[in-house]
Design a protein around this ligand. Structure first.
Ligand SMILES: NC(=O)C1=CN([C@@H]2O[C@H](COP(=O)(O)OP(=O)(O)OC[C@H]3O[C@@H](n4cnc5c(N)ncnc54)[C@H](OP(=O)(O)O)[C@@H]3O)[C@@H](O)[C@H]2O)C=CC1
Ligand SMILES: O=C(O)C1=N[C@H](C(=O)O)C[C@H](O)C1
Length: 278
């Protein structure tokens, strides 16, 4: 079986490191020993589970990508970088013919799809790669298509807690809010309550101490106009391992699409989940 060359961008970041450790244990993939990194990073390389990966900063990446592509033809890029890097990285992948899985949240999301559609590549773009969360999103999207306005008149609160360093409002929460809007709930993204204080997370939310540095807890609460009815949807994720499986499924999915000549198409994780990995 031909291995899929996979380049994990965003090292030495937390999620990128975790994905690399999963790739190294997965016989479907060959890890590309390079990673696009941030402008602040000084190290030339990082070691993950005994494997050394060279870090390629933004100022040199255009000059180096030709050689990397020659060394690893057919590579698929995976992006777990920073909200400020999302659009620049997307444009870089499009310009250099690199199909990509974009797990990074934030940036100007409205510019992502047009950039890919105008290019010769295809991409999977999703704010959450945890397959069970994607399934929950698909259920909500189905409800919104089937019963538009079902929750009209209800009020909603959305609270999300993540590690202190998370730069943006949860991309997952934003996407879920969009489905609730289609179900008739008036609520804007800027009403999402972000919790980033470890003391509050420990004391008020009961988030285990060992996961304060890496978690994603979301609660969506809907209350009827007369306040007699409450619905609550909750997904609480400790650690980050849950994102690896879906990310790697997305890589296999994209690899198959590329092999079939697909170009200029954006897929979601719902497409990956629906399409399977045959
Ligand atoms: N879709 C999903 O399922 C999930 C998405 N995420 C998202 O993934 C992203 C990364 O999360 P996390 O690993 O926790 O963040 P970290 O801050 O730990 O890591 C981000 C890394 O990206 C680097 N970076 C910054 N700019 C660039 C650039 N232009 N090109 C390449 N790398 C760059 C940073 O370098 P520096 O330190 O110099 O800035 C840092 O090393 C976030 O947007 C998060 O929300 C997280 C979990 C799941
Ligand atoms: O930064 C994180 O950690 C996460 N980011 C994604 C988001 O913004 O929704 C997904 C998950 O919540 C973890």
């Amino acid at each position: 079986m031909q291995l899929i060359p996979i380049m994990i961008n965003g090292l030495p970041g937390n999620v990128a490191k975790m994905i690399v450790s999963h790739v190294l244990r997965d016989s479907r993939f060959a890890l590309v020993p390079f990673s696009l990194t941030g402008p602040e990073i000084q190290e030339a390389a990082v070691e993950v589970a005994g494997t050394s990966i060279q870090l390629v900063r933004p100022d040199v990446r255009a000059a180096r990508i030709g050689d990397i592509k020659k060394q690893c033809p057919g590579l698929i890029s995976v992006d777990y970088t920073h909200p400020t890097a999302v659009n620049g990285n997307c444009e870089f992948y499009c310009a250099h013919g690199l199909p990509f899985v974009m797990g990074t949240t934030g940036g100007d999301r409205d510019r992502l799809d047009p950039a890919v559609r105008a290019s010769s590549i295809c991409a999977v773009i999703a704010p959450n790669m945890a397959k069970q969360v994607v399934g929950f999103q698909a259920m909500l999207a189905h409800a919104a298509d089937t019963f538009p306005g079902l929750f009209a008149g209800y009020t909603m609160t959305v609270r999300e807690s993540h590690q202190k360093g998370k730069a943006d409002t949860s991309g997952t929460a934003r996407a879920v809010v969009h489905s609730f809007n289609r179900l008739g709930v008036h609520f804007s993204e800027d009403q999402i309550e972000m919790i980033r204080d470890p003391e509050v997370q420990k004391r008020e939310w009961g988030i285990p101490e060992e996961h304060l540095g890496g978690h994603g807890w979301h609660t969506y609460t809907l209350t009827s106009p007369d306040r007699t009815v409450t619905f609550e949807f909750k997904h609480n994720i400790n650690g980050r391992d849950i994102y690896a499986d879906g990310t790697l499924d997305a890589v296999v999915f994209l690899h198959q699409k590329v092999a079939r000549g697909e170009k200029g198409t954006v897929f979601s994780m719902i497409d990956v989940l629906t399409g399977g990995c045959s």
